[in-house]
Design a protein around this ligand. Structure first.
Ligand code: MLT
Length: 223
């Protein structure tokens, strides 16, 4: 388990669950459920613009400091990723932290978005994997509790399938795992990034509430 993208490597034989609760993997779970065809992560704004030149029909998506990047089609709010907007579209996606985590997992055999909104579906999607790495986006390379707490929730959910948590990070995460939907909502809303987003305004407060829900979706698509 990686508490931030730079904390280690993801091997080609491993499956990866990529976690950025606020908000990238929560948002992308909505986007994939709404029918988006593909997600291409971009490390920088300029890399995203270059990818758009290579994929002229793609939607440019992403945020810096939480807000939609000027000139981009979409920001990082789940509400934006409605079927009528994203169905059948490729998403070039440049968020501050989530994109880095997706790129860190680029070599993985598969990449599954980890989000509370699809937590049980994510557990079911990877329960048959022989080798699994949870890659937490964190914030600017540092620890963030909502991502680690999700990782703990997932590891606890996978325990009956025979998964053994490896390392101190996994044991820490297990201790952070929320017990129920109410604890999920309180922990995410009370997190540093949850409070930062909420201070940006009502639409961002709504994002935090949306990303704090447990098991909105009963299935999940790979990234
Ligand atoms: C991200 O999702 O990459 C970032 O954590 C920031 C955000 O969208 O608020």
């Amino acid at each position: 388990m990686l508490l931030s993208p730079s904390a280690g490597e993801v091997g080609a034989r491993e499956a990866a669950v990529v976690v950025d609760i606020l908000r990238a993997t929560s948002t992308l779970t909505f986007a994939l459920a709404a029918g988006a065809s593909r997600v291409i992560p971009a490390a920088t704004v300029e890399a995203a613009r270059q990818l758009r030149r290579e994929h002229p029909d793609a939607l440019l998506c992403g945020e810096r400091d939480g807000r939609r990047i000027p000139g981009f089609d979409l920001g990082n709010s789940p509400d934006e990723y409605r079927p009528e907007v994203v169905r059948g579209r490729t998403l070039v996606f440049a968020s501050t932290n989530g994109s880095q985590a997706m790129l860190a997992a680029a070599r993985a055999r598969r990449r599954v978005p980890g989000a509370f909104v699809s937590a049980s579906a994510t557990a079911r999607a990877v329960a048959g994997e022989r080798a699994l790495v949870v890659v937490c986006a964190g914030k600017l390379g540092g620890f963030c509790i909502e991502d680690a707490a999700f990782a703990g929730w997932l590891l606890r959910a996978l325990s009956p399938a025979g998964f053994e948590p490896e390392g101190a990070e996994a044991r820490l995460a297990l201790n952070l795992a929320p017990a129920d939907a109410a604890e999920v909502a309180a922990m995410v809303a009370g997190s540093a990034h949850g409070r930062y987003l909420s201070a940006l305004g009502s639409e961002f407060r709504r994002d935090v509430a949306i990303c704090s829900q447990l098991d909105v979706f009963q299935s999940v698509r790979d990234l």
